[in-house]
Design a protein around this ligand. Sequence first.
Ligand SMILES: Cc1cc2nc3c(=O)[nH]c(=O)nc-3n(C[C@H](O)[C@H](O)[C@H](O)COP(=O)(O)OP(=O)(O)OC[C@H]3O[C@@H](n4cnc5c(N)ncnc54)[C@H](O)[C@@H]3O)c2cc1C
Length: 467
Amino acid sequence: MHRRRFLELAAIAGVSPLAPVLGATSGKTINDVTQLNPVIVADERKPRSADDIRTALRAWRGSVSVGGGRYSMGGQIAAAGSLHLDMRAMNQVVSFDAARRSIRVQAGMTWRDLQEVIDPRDLSVKIMQSYANFTVGGSVSVNVHGRYVGQGPLVNAVQAMQMVTAGGDVLELSRTREPELFRAVAGGYGGLGIITEVELALDANSRIERVVENVALEQYPAFFRDKILTNKNMVLHNADLTPPHFASPRAISWITSEQPLTEKARLVPRGLDYNLEKNAIWALTELPGGSHLRESVIDRALLLKKAVTWRNYEASQDAASLEPRSRRQSTYLLQEYFVPVANLVPFTQRMAGILKAHQVNALNVSIRHSPADTVSLMAWAPVEMFTFVLYYKQGTQPSASDAVGVWTRKLIDAALELGGRYYLPYRLHATREQFDRAYPQARAFAALKARVDPGNRLRNLLWDKYL
Ligand SMILES: Cc1cc2nc3c(=O)[nH]c(=O)nc-3n(C[C@H](O)[C@H](O)[C@H](O)COP(=O)(O)OP(=O)(O)OC[C@H]3O[C@@H](n4cnc5c(N)ncnc54)[C@H](O)[C@@H]3O)c2cc1C
């Protein structure tokens, strides 16, 4: 690589070009889905087993970083000059007990690959994101949530894990074996060890029907408590807030149903052509009046169209449907905020004010719900929370990121002032002080890391910045 290009990339990655990369045997750039976080690592391995990882760790004395599907958005998968472990070749089923509704898989397997195995037995992933491209290990490391009503974060469906420590020990973790590590590795962003296997509780696959309702903002918390949370047939639920006002939640529920299927496929086929969706998203974000187009045409079509599908179909959506034609000039990103249920209305109003004042090119905000997380150490929902998932577009030039940083920190302050938190898999705009306020448990996490990874070998840009 030319030295100038190398210096440019290092500068973009926010790393000193003269520091750890100099020891590199070969330089390789690791980037995530946004293409905003190139990091030059020393070398890359694609292990197939825990033994491959132990061998790699023994042969390499420096820092190590871990990546799964690479859908995190702020350098959580890489550290400059590290040995990068790309986990995606670890994608095998270890054991599957359909009768017990339990499966153990290698951590680099994607949800989509897993669905292919369990769907013929009429089983579903219990808790996962809204798209199926993510790896199981990356999802556990973030302790993700989905739209599953009353289920909370993914750790609630994790029965056990196997992990390799920075020192090369292979450990089995569960609520009873190494429980302290189990609690901290879920949501630990690869800082404590490399997850090699995950055992998951599964759910029944079922036929689900979409129900769409408009609810007044002030009524939404009571609507959610009385009509959604208590409904035993409710499988998935979220409410969408749309620009420019973000004031009228549109509640979208998927409820078990005996109605005839409107979509016969059991899983979303791989490799579909998403040009129509891409054009629609482009029009919404680029054309004058795009947000009105959404209100008048697209959302009305959604409201009117009956939809009855398999749960696995709805859970196997492909993130490619969101992918822009090019990420050269602009890119799409996510942010998330968690706010105690009582503060839904004030947070929505403050968020709408900030997004409007900064003319944020927001596509939508999806509200979900999580009960309190009583398991994971780095919990983002220590109390019952509503989650606000903001999907927005920004330019790729550094000045665009600076501008996003300004309004992001205002949104983080708004969440913190209302007893909430922000989510860690996205861009690293938060100040150190905001991180400390949002995640006071990080001190206990750092103490544990000093014990299991005393040489601070397991690194990435998130932990380098905040721990
Ligand atoms: C379109 C889109 C939709 C999303 N929707 C949701 C959503 O509905 N709910 C939600 O909660 N999040 C959502 N996210 C965020 C997403 O869940 C996280 O970014 C998640 O990490 C993605 O999984 P991954 O396999 O890409 O992990 P990566 O981005 O590759 O890794 C994430 C973190 O996990 C670590 N890691 C990865 N594999 C391992 C391993 N085997 N052992 C130890 N550490 C590991 C990495 O070092 C990194 O710190 C969404 C993101 C996108 C882009």
